[in-house]
Design a protein around this ligand. Structure first.
Ligand SMILES: Cc1cc2nc3c(=O)[nH]c(=O)nc-3n(C[C@H](O)[C@H](O)[C@H](O)COP(=O)(O)O)c2cc1C
Length: 313
């Protein structure tokens, strides 16, 4: 029997290293018809702002080569509404919950963090999604600026819950940003959010999405996210990593864990197979055992320690 217990950081231990990716699974029990959510390591909400948001113009999703492009635009009911009306369903299912937050200004992040103080203990952590435009800095993405990420870390530091900072793969500054997170009081990073992408409609040669550009996810993102995880672990081995990007089976999950992720998330693959999270939860222990590991924690970072062969010696 493989021990699947996954410690992300102090105060955040999951029974299995598999969860959904933010934005794929809604805000509450939407996945429950397909997946027994109580079996998941944790449920991650779609990103919530301290206010209600309507999102981007349609179309918001389009298929691409080995990928999907979305410009959903962080539509949501706001944190207060979520606490009052949607959180109770997650308490009923008894699934550890990670709340993803976002904002348009640094102060929005501070307000979002403040609105989560004293929340029900089913909430075990917070993901801070910094892949959003900063209206105070020419709409430049927070995640593409070392200074902005530092300011967000500072603005959310009063949160008493573990804080995971979700970063973008579309910046050459990722290494520097990881160092800033590592030196802060944040608990870890989520690698990665979608990559910046574009698709043109071959009928009219105009952008396919209503917001023009979008976020690329799915199989085409996997190797990019894997590289970010591998490089982060190599440079900063003690910085906890949540791996996400193109995972659709146990094999993809194992790759991310071996590269250095302590847990993984599944997003786009759920659109193809809504039960994929259950399947990976079921298959993962068998596949880990085949590789000769008796605990998922031994697999984490194995690619940096001689791979599977080192474990068999
Ligand atoms: C339709 C859609 C909506 C998303 N919404 C969010 C979101 O609200 N917050 C966030 O941090 N990431 C969001 N993401 C990004 C995913 O959480 C994930 O980082 C990305 O899709 C890569 O994983 P995947 O290839 O398994 O989908 C969204 C992705 C998709 C496809």
């Amino acid at each position: 029997m493989v021990d699947m217990t996954s410690v992300i950081c102090q105060g955040l231990t999951l029974k299995t290293p598999v969860m959904n990716a933010s934005g794929v699974g809604g805000f509450s029990n939407e996945l429950h018809g397909y997946v027994n959510m109580a079996e998941m390591g944790a449920f991650v909400t779609k990103s919530l702002a301290p206010f209600e948001t309507k999102g981007n113009p349609a179309p918001r999703v389009v298929g691409a080569n080995a990928a999907m492009l979305n410009s959903v635009g962080l539509t949501g009911p706001g944190i207060e509404f979520w606490r009052e009306n949607l959180l109770a369903k997650l308490v009923k299912i008894n699934v550890p919950t990670i709340v993803s937050i976002w904002g348009r200004t640094i102060d929005d992040y501070a307000r979002a963090a403040a609105l989560l103080q004293g929340v029900d203990p089913i909430v075990v952590g917070v993901e801070v999604n910094v892949s959003c435009p900063n209206i105070e800095d020419k709409n430049k993405m927070f995640a593409h600026s070392v200074t902005s990420v530092g300011e967000i870390l500072d603005a959310t530091k009063e949160l008493s819950l573990p804080r995971l900072i979700k970063l973008s793969p579309s910046t050459h500054l990722l290494g520097e940003i990881l160092e800033v997170v590592d030196a802060s009081s944040a608990s870890g990073v989520v690698l990665t959010n979608t990559a910046l992408g574009l698709s043109l409609d071959m009928g009219n040669l105009l952008p396919s999405l209503g917001a023009r550009g979008g976020g690329l996810s799915g199989p085409a993102l996997h190797q990019i996210a894997l590289r970010a995880i591998y490089d982060s672990y190599r440079a900063l081995p003690n910085l906890p990593i949540v791996g996400v990007g193109g995972v659709s089976n146990a094999r993809g999950a194992i790759e991310m864990l071996a590269a250095g992720a302590r847990v993984i998330q599944i997003g786009t693959a759920s659109f193809v197979e809504p039960r994929v999270i259950s399947k990976v939860i079921q298959d993962l222990p068998k596949e880990i055992e085949k590789l000769g590991f008796s605990a998922v924690s031994d697999l984490v970072g194995a690619a940096h320690r001689g791979g599977a062969a080192a474990t068999r010696d």
